[in-house]
Design a protein around this ligand. Structure first.
Ligand code: ADP
Ligand code: ZN
Length: 640
């Protein structure tokens, strides 16, 4: 851990001493304020006192704070049996200990009574008037609020800093970076061979590896060294893995942390963490700093910021920029950052000399998925006839992390079944589980509900089969999982440009579920919520983002510089808002009617499909082919 070195410099407060100290002070306070000299003296009643006075036992009294009397007996009286043990064995600040004490009501009264008794018995008692100040008690009492406040403060600081890498007890580590260090000695064993696919990205980072390994080769020709690279891509696509592989290939230390690690509730902490991070990296240079989720600090400054509450983040970002500018090209520290939203990042981050290289890390295609499967199948004991090609075809839209997860899950499933090796079915179960969550074997579904789900899903499948631009189907299931009761999965085509007819076909297919309920049962249900959500979003995007609606026109209300966050004001008039709403609902209604028409025309096939689905619960593309004949639009067969 990085913080180790710093710990020595920091005075460290052991929590044991801290809490012990507080308890000690508390006890001290209690004993002083409770009356230093009173607890150890025997209490008597005033009448008893006057009795002793009459007997002539009392030599002297102290009247303390006009409220209390301390009684000192004469020496010979003290030795008498009735007074035995009345002198406290404890040390007292006032010198000689009193034998008794008591409180009286009214001073005047008491004095008169005493005078009378003295006269009666012809005595003279020494009377001292003293004011006893409980100095220690008062002092502690006045300090108590501070003690409590400091105590609470220390407690909070400890709470906050103990989340970091250093562990508990570090009050002063709050401004230290929370980066995790992977040394050449420890963990950086990742190499490019662990990163499957991502050929383009690997090629681009290769340059960074070369530079870290052999900087003079570049600098001797006067070239400038890159300071930063930005990896842009969806979560789980292997950005961290790639950065780690760069460090592993170049055999340099790797500092890893997340953008949110800089963010803290105290002003100035983020900036100081950045400073600390770069200091540590420079000490270990050549080194790589990897900042995941850089958007946590790197969001565009001063946009949609009405409260000014983001000042702290801005400070942190400024410090990061300063550090990147500040370290000369010869310090050999390269910053690799990752984000899935490059569009919201501050432009200043992207300027030359900072993250001037952007490397896109996409979701893997079929071929890359196969390669990733191979990497993660390596450690598994798999069945000999396992078809990796088939697995990669069954996992459209999966990221590298999802695939790693599938492999692990499949191994667990196989182990649960006490198998000797992991087979194809285990992988398929794992895929289902990862997509849909745990299978709910005991979810109670009435036969009627099951029928409704089957027709709904068959509706999706039928409509998408009939439409040229709808995505090809992979499988349909009515096994309840997680939140859903059934699902139809498609292989999304990887398109760079989407045409309106493609969007409309997809919306029509998404509405196919509800349309089937309408056509068959003449009744609709709440089961189409997520379909409707998807369709509504898409229709809105057509109208307001992509300019694909002729009533609203060729314009967009999308603002790339702030990620389409309007804040309170919409960038269009009330009248336009009305048009937009009307157009969205008309687009959706048209597609719904289209789906209904399609299903009515193919009602017998729809019923046939739904019945197969009810029977088998899971159907694949070949089942549909049996009913509908081969799909004329499919160029490639995806499910062999
Ligand atoms: P990101 O940082 O993009 O969110 P990670 O790099 O943390 O994703 O990926 C998580 C895990 O997914 C990795 O540890 C690795 O096991 C697996 N993974 C992701 N992409 C790949 C890939 N291209 N090749 C091999 N494994 C991958
Ligand atoms: Zn649906």
């Amino acid at each position: 851990m990085i913080n180790k070195k710093n710990n020595k410099k920091n005075p460290k407060i052991n929590p044991f001493w801290y809490y012990g100290g507080v308890i000690f002070l508390f006890i001290l306070f209690q004993s002083f304020s409770g009356g230093l000299a009173s607890n150890e003296v025997n209490q008597i009643s005033p009448s008893k006192f006057f009795e002793y006075v009459s007997q002539g036992d009392v030599e002297k009294i102290d009247i303390v704070n006009k409220r209390e009397v301390k009684v000192y007996l004469s020496e010979e009286a003290s030795t008498q049996d009735i007074h035995k043990g009345t002198v406290s064995p404890y040390f007292s600040l006032s010198g000689r200990s009193a034998n008794y004490r008591f409180e009286f009501g009214d001073l005047q009264n008491f004095e008169n009574n005493l005078k009378k008794k003295e006269d009666e018995n012809n005595l003279s008692i020494d009377i001292n008037y003293v004011t006893e100040q409980n100095i220690w008690g008062d002092l502690l009492l006045s300090m108590l609020p501070f003690v409590i406040i400091i105590g609470i403060w220390i407690f909070i600081m400890r709470k906050m800093s103990s989340g970091g890498s250093g562990g508990g007890g570090q009050i002063f580590s709050i401004g230290k970076s929370k980066a995790k260090l992977f040394d050449e000695k420890t963990d950086v064993k990742t190499s490019f061979k662990d990163v499957a696919g991502l050929e383009g990205a690997k090629e681009e980072v290769q340059e960074i590896v070369d530079f870290l390994k052999n900087p003079s080769k570049y600098t001797s020709l006067g070239g400038k060294i890159p300071k930063g690279a930005l990896l842009v891509g969806a979560p789980g696509t292997g950005k961290t893995l790639l950065a780690k592989a760069v460090a592993g290939e170049a055999k340099v230390p790797f500092f890893s942390l997340s953008g949110s690690d800089f963010v803290e509730m105290f002003v100035g902490v983020g900036a100081s963490r950045v400073r600390d991070l770069f200091k540590q990296a420079k000490e270990k240079s050549p080194a790589i700093i990897f900042i995941d989720e850089i958007d946590a600090i790197g969001r565009a400054r001063g946009k949609s910021n009405m409260t000014g509450s983001n000042d702290e983040r801005e400070n942190t970002l400024n410090q990061l920029l300063t550090e990147m500018d500040g370290f000369g090209t010869n310090t050999n520290v390269i910053v690799i950052a990752a984000t899935n939203r490059a569009d919201v990042l501050d432009k200043a981050l992207m300027r030359a000399g900072r993250f001037d290289r952007q490397i896109f890390v996409d979701l893997p295609d079929v071929r890359e998925r196969k390669a990733i499967f191979k990497v993660h199948l390596r450690p598994l004991k798999k069945a000999t006839n396992l078809d990796v090609e088939f697995l990669s075809k069954q996992t459209p839209g999966f990221s590298g992390a999802d695939i790693a997860n599938v492999c692990n899950e499949a191994a667990l499933i196989a182990a649960r079944k006490n198998k000797k090796s992991v087979s194809k079915q285990d992988f398929l179960d794992a895929v289902d589980r990862i997509v849909g969550g745990l299978e709910k074997k005991n979810k109670i579904i009435t036969p009627d509900e099951k029928k409704a789900v089957a027709y709904h899903e068959a509706g999706h499948a039928t409509v998408s089969w009939m439409l040229e631009h709808a995505a090809p189907l992979v499988k349909v299931t009515i096994v309840p999982r997680g939140q859903s009761l059934g699902a139809a999965w498609y292989l999304p085509e990887e398109r760079l440009i989407v045409r309106p007819e493609q969007m409309l076909d997809e919306m029509c297919a998404a509405l196919g579920g509800r349309a089937a309920e309408k056509v068959i049962f003449n009744n609709i249900s709440t089961g189409a919520l997520s379909d409707l959500e998807k369709v509504t979003k898409q229709a809105r995007a057509m109208v307001t983002v992509y300019g694909l609606n002729d009533k609203v026109g060729n314009l967009t209300y999308y603002d790339s510089s702030n990620g389409n966050e309007y804040g309170f004001t919409k960038p269009y008039s009330e009248k336009t808002a009305e048009t937009i709403d009307k157009e969205i609902s008309s687009i959706i209604e048209k597609q719904y009617q289209r789906a209904i028409k399609l299903l009515e025309d193919n009602k017998s096939k729809l019923i046939e499909l739904a019945e197969v689905l009810l029977d088998k619960e899971v159907i694949f593309k070949d089942n549909l082919e049996k009913i509908f004949g081969s799909r004329p639009f499919d160029k490639e067969v995806i499910n062999s």
